[in-house]
Design a protein around this ligand. Structure first.
Ligand SMILES: Cc1cc2nc3c(=O)[nH]c(=O)nc-3n(C[C@H](O)[C@H](O)[C@H](O)COP(=O)(O)OP(=O)(O)OC[C@H]3O[C@@H](n4cnc5c(N)ncnc54)[C@H](O)[C@@H]3O)c2cc1C
Length: 299
């Protein structure tokens, strides 16, 4: 299969002029988005959006900062059977949260795989989720494996969107600047579950995941009783890989089963949707991430 090369980005030192707003509430922020009819963008940490603006890939007429929105300022917390996270939580805070380290280690591992410490100190989990369709976020497989759902709000009301759907069409209104994420919800990892997140970059020194895999499994005497597998990467739409999970259920991680499941996974990822033509290398890296993740879950 042919690889399609992304054109090199040319960065401009100056940004096109825009209006700047710092609303104090979600409803005020939504009012501004509605007024600009898709020509305004929310800005959280700015590490994604400002880079895109400097590359002239985006030129919003207005930026709506989430920094002063009080409803969004809470720390990750357990609410009933779900963990709730504010979208403005920085990736550093995700990684430092005791609750998430204990109950959602997959998310912590995925957050720590993104950028440098300086980037993670600014970049938020909400901003990460909203990366464009052509640039799927590395955090996506972890969220999908954790059964995450996103509370999405616009001026007409709000709805809960499963993470797996959000990275497909269901997230488009948010990416078009017509709605916002006001909360992320996750299913905490159970006592008898183990999990592992693995990401493979193209070469040392870069951090963009060509392939990333999250595996969550319930073990019973060294046998995988139940498995949830999710995958993504630069060429693939992140999604849950149901058949790959089913293939490893009932196994102790025998190599024959893992190679078979890795093949199933690669086919399933391509069927879920390629954002760009998937090179053979991406398939191989995906298989390597998957096998390592399962081995680690069983270790
Ligand atoms: C040096 C560098 C390295 C990076 N490495 C990686 C990497 O390895 N893997 C990876 O996945 N990413 C990487 N990124 C991208 C990074 O993940 C994202 O830029 C970051 O997580 C976005 O968070 P932010 O808060 O800065 O978002 P912003 O830049 O503020 O916003 C990004 C987008 O999300 C929208 N948005 C923000 N919050 C909300 C909300 N609550 N509701 C609706 N829309 C919202 C904005 O309108 C914008 O369109 C890197 C970026 C840099 C600069």
């Amino acid at each position: 299969m042919q690889t399609q090369k992304r054109p090199a980005r040319v960065y401009c030192s100056s940004l096109k002029p825009f209006e700047y707003f710092a609303p104090g509430s979600v409803s005020e922020a939504l009012g501004i988005l509605a007024r600009f009819k898709g020509k305004a963008r929310l800005v959280a940490g700015g590490t994604g959006l400002v880079v895109e603006m400097r590359a002239r890939e985006r030129a919003p007429e207005a930026l709506v900062s989430l920094r002063c929105v009080k409803e969004l300022g809470h720390a990750p917390a357990l609410k009933g059977a779900r963990i709730v996270i504010s979208p403005t939580t920085t990736l550093s805070r995700v990684a430092a949260s005791e609750l998430l380290r204990e109950k959602a280690p997959l998310l912590v591992a995925a957050a720590l795989s993104i950028g440098t410490c300086q980037v993670r100190n600014r970049a938020t989990i909400g901003g990460s989720v909203c990366r464009g369709r052509g640039r799927p976020p590395d955090i996506a497989p972890a969220l999908i494996a954790l059964g995450a759902a996103l509370r999405v709000k616009d001026r007409r009301g709000e709805r809960l969107v499963p993470a797996g759907d959000f990275f497909g069409d269901a997230g488009d209104p948010v990416r078009r600047g017509e709605a916002m994420i006001v909360q992320l919800q996750l299913a905490p990892q159970e006592e008898d579950e183990r999990s592992c997140f693995r990401k493979q970059t193209a070469c040392p020194g870069t951090d963009r995941g060509v392939a990333s895999v999250a595996v969550r499994a319930t073990l019973s005497r060294g046998v995988i009783a139940r498995a949830t597998v999710a995958a993504g990467g630069t060429s693939f739409t992140p999604a849950r890989m149901k058949r790959a999970g089913e293939t490893i259920e009932g196994s102790r991680g025998e190599m024959e089963t893992l190679f078979k499941a890795a093949e199933v996974l690669a086919d399933e990822v391509c069927a879920a949707g390629a954002t760009r033509p998937a090179a053979g290398l991406a398939r191989e890296l995906l298989a390597a991430c998957f096998i390592r993740a399962v081995k680690e879950v069983l270790a």
